[in-house]
Ligand binder design. Sequence first.
Ligand code: HEC
Ligand code: HEC
Length: 239
Amino acid sequence: MSYRFFHRPILAALILWGALIGPLCPTVHAQDSQTLKNLQVFPKDITRPELIDRMRPFSFALDVRCQYCHIGGDGVSFEGVVFESGDDPDKVKARFMIRMTENLNRQVLPLIPQRDEPPMEITCKTCHRGQSKPILLTQAMQRILDTEGGEAAVNLYRELREKSALIGSFDFREWEVNTLGERLEREGKTKDAIMIYELNRGFYPESISIVLALGRMYEADENTPSATRNTSKKGSQGS
Ligand code: HEC
Ligand code: HEC
């Protein structure tokens, strides 16, 4: 295969595209000019550059490389990537997602009474916001809390706060995390609630709500039999 199938302006556009998308998808190879083999969602007569223009927002929305959905190769270059393969589960899921998003925009949202004009369009990024699997901060913390405990949840919070500051995938405002503390409080998971509130106090030292919640939690912890009592409390009654 060679570039002779492309007109010069298209070739130039492709090269420019390759340069622009460099960090996510390094090189555009001559072999990519093959015809498209396994399209089930996009129209069969779509050109390769047009298709790739539709693919790029997927990568950006999920903050993944092309290879997240396309198997083969070394995961960095396009060498050996089998774009037409149907074997990658993420590609299969992505197909479902493309159809779902189309349905929401074409079938569901037009039914809203007194809809805004111009209408809002749902895109992959509306939900994904830089996550391959869109999840809320408190959902992610709750999940890890259930399996690995409070300390792991605290570490996850710190890691996400550092990593996702720019991309804005998560809500780090005070009450987002307080609601997780409250849930743990209701479930009687005093130690975990203390860890979560202490974490949040570090970022919101002025918050009265957190201080009050911690007061309640340390008191509840005092009243729990010592065998299960929190041993790592900070800033409590003192000596
Ligand atoms: C979130 C998943 C996802 C990401 C990321 C993604 N793709 Fe795709 N890609 C798909 C799906 C799904 C199809 C099949 C579309 C269809 O069935 O019409 C596809 C099809 C293709 C095809 C057509 C293969 C063929 O011959 O049938 C090419 C080429 C391709 N993608 C290139 C890319 C490139 C280049 C990137 C990075 C910019 C990329 N893709 C990123 C999901 C993805
Ligand atoms: C209405 C919200 C929403 C929209 C819009 C949306 N997604 Fe998703 N997507 C989700 C949710 C929620 C999941 C996780 C589903 C699960 O596994 O329970 C998901 C999962 C996925 C996965 C699987 C990830 C994994 O690691 O398992 C892929 C790939 C994906 N979406 C691609 C896309 C693409 C591409 C688009 C745009 C065409 C898109 N999504 C639009 C909500 C959305």
